[in-house]
Design a protein around this ligand. Sequence first.
Ligand code: NAP
Length: 308
Amino acid sequence: MKTFTPAHTDLNASNIILGLMRILELDDEAIRTLVGTARDSGINFFDHADVYGGDHGCERRFGEAITLTEAERESVIIQSKVGLRKGYFDFSKEHILRSVDESLTALNTPYLDTLLLHRPDALVEPDEVAEAFDALQGAGKVRNFGVSNHTPMQVELLKRSISQPLVFNQVQLSITHAPIIAAGVAANMAGLDQSIDRDNGILDYSRLNDMTLQAWSPFQKGFFDGVFLGDRENYADLNDIIDELAATHGVTPTAIAVAWITRHPANIQVVLGTTTPQRVRDSAAGSDLPLSREDWYRLFTAAGHVVP
Ligand SMILES: NC(=O)c1ccc[n+]([C@@H]2O[C@H](COP(=O)([O-])OP(=O)(O)OC[C@H]3O[C@@H](n4cnc5c(N)ncnc54)[C@H](OP(=O)(O)O)[C@@H]3O)[C@@H](O)[C@H]2O)c1
């Protein structure tokens, strides 16, 4: 498992993260097996949000199933998010502080390693967010901060008020849903949809500013509409190449899908959502798999992206 130190932190982070958005219905033993498999595979980073499972539901299931000694707690990185509410977004100081307290209780931990602002709140008041972050850091409740689904200008706006570094930006990225990469490949092509910059240059901005990107839904075709792996009706060519490369490298197709993201030089972390331990193991094999430049582009074009 490849590990690295995200800029502005003292973390030693695996480049694969286990996301726990889908564990609400799992029993304690299944959660322990899932998390234990991740740990045995070298994954030390766990992603939560207050909203997963509704009202801290998944965080609570994690906290109920997993008991960590002080040393064990220090050996893992626990991340959560705040800001999504039923039908609206809320970056108010009061909500951030209350939700983090609830997350800590649900997760049964005295601190979060990382807190992300989940999706940009149209009514954000950066000074209020800054006060909340200062209070959380001062109380030892949160050690690092970041955002999710934020454009570069939204990050800049926050940075003007916030004194802590914004370390992470978690965004949607898979081979088939790759606008943050694909737009740049087809820059300035008139009439080509891929050319439209939908996020104001998140990828280049993050590299220029040493922000670490995290890729959510790494196996999903689009926005929660199923996985592309094995979908021969819509992605026959892509699956052919994935299967060929899996055989060449002696790994599963899942590892190739992970490797397409980890091969990118921006050190993008892959946030898995599977609840199947074997798929966690399979994914781990893609952590440091040296896809050639040519094979990386073959996967990219087979997924429907244009290389002009
Ligand atoms: N920041 C954000 O806005 C945001 C949004 C969404 C998610 N997230 C984070 O990202 C994580 C991943 O999201 P996701 O669950 O949508 O992504 P994903 O890993 O692409 O999808 C996982 C889902 O696909 C299923 N699946 C079916 N075949 C699979 C295969 N061959 N390989 C892998 N999975 C397969 C899994 O089922 P099984 O469980 O049965 O294996 C699971 O239901 C979440 O847990 C969460 O932490 C963040």
